[in-house]
Design a protein around this ligand. Structure first.
Ligand SMILES: [Zn+2]
Length: 273
């Protein structure tokens, strides 16, 4: 699933590409993924492209917005060479087309007015790059829960934008067991974790996101991101930890692939808590 760095990469690209363009038509091939009446936005111009959590927000000139969630396998491609059998929606501009492909069909594009948008977005926790994402905030959230730290990192109501790749990467960077009950983190570990989250997200953005083994994430120009070349731990089970040479392991935690170094991330100490 595209996470903060992938969605931010798409946002930056679109904010350069579709700004001030006018929507002239919308072709919908999968109605459940575009539930509103496209006539509401035909003729509107693009004012800005923003991001909140893993959502893209396209502000239009008629006081409507497009809220887009790519979910598991959504792609937004600018003028791809061809459409394919996963093409679900095409937004046609006065010049160029934005194509929404989605193999799994969980993604969506909604037309919202500003009140509806506020309502949709208020459920998310703080953005990692905002001042609200403080040590104090994390202490407050963590002390209330005995859930594994990795599960909390994925909870969009607690912290916005982190998904499975960057949760794995941040815990590796911070040398914290993904299974450690979040309440048991020391203040030093919380500080380390916050710093690690910001570091891996910045790296993800710097390398234009990660096109992992499933190859589902593409930049809008149809090319791959390159953060996967810099993975510390994600999908590296069976390989050696770069810090200590121990073989990286994989477990399922809350149904998600979880990768860790049993030595650096001290898994055994917390396995039975
Ligand atoms: Zn290690």
């Amino acid at each position: 699933m595209p996470e903060l760095p992938e969605v931010e990469t798409i946002r930056k690209y679109l904010n350069k590409t579709i700004l001030r363009k006018r929507i002239v038509n919308i072709k919908v091939f999968s109605k459940k993924q575009f539930p509103n009446n496209s006539e509401e936005i035909v003729g509107a111009k693009i004012l800005s492209v923003k991001r909140r959590a893993k959502n893209l927000i396209i502000e239009l000139s008629n006081e409507k917005t497009l809220l887009i969630h790519l979910k598991l396998s959504g792609q937004l491609l600018w003028r791809p060479k061809t459409l394919n059998k996963t093409t679900r929606i095409v937004i046609v501009f006065d010049k160029g087309e934005l194509v929404f492909n989605d193999l799994r069909k969980f993604g969506w594009i909604k037309i919202l007015n500003l009140d509806q948008l506020d309502l949709e977005l208020k459920k998310f926790g703080p953005e990692p790059f905002s001042k609200d994402f403080s040590i104090k905030y994390l202490q407050k959230v963590f002390k209330k829960s005995i859930r594994p730290v990795k599960t909390i990192l994925l909870d969009q109501e607690k912290i916005a934008g982190i998904g499975n790749i960057y949760a794995n990467e941040a815990l590796s960077e911070a040398e914290i067991s993904p299974q450690k009950p979040v309440k048991a983190l020391t203040i030093e570990e919380i500080k380390k974790l916050r710093k690690a989250i910001l570091l891996v997200l910045r790296q993800g953005i710097k390398y234009n996101g990660a096109s992992a083994a499933d190859k589902l994430y593409l930049k809008p120009d149809s090319s791959n991101g390159s953060y996967q070349q810099h993975f510390r731990i994600y999908q590296k089970n069976g390989e050696k930890c770069k810090k200590c040479n121990t073989i990286i392991e994989r477990i399922n935690l809350g149904g998600r692939g979880t990768f860790f170094c049993p030595k650096c991330q001290n898994m055994s100490r917390f396995r039975y808590i």
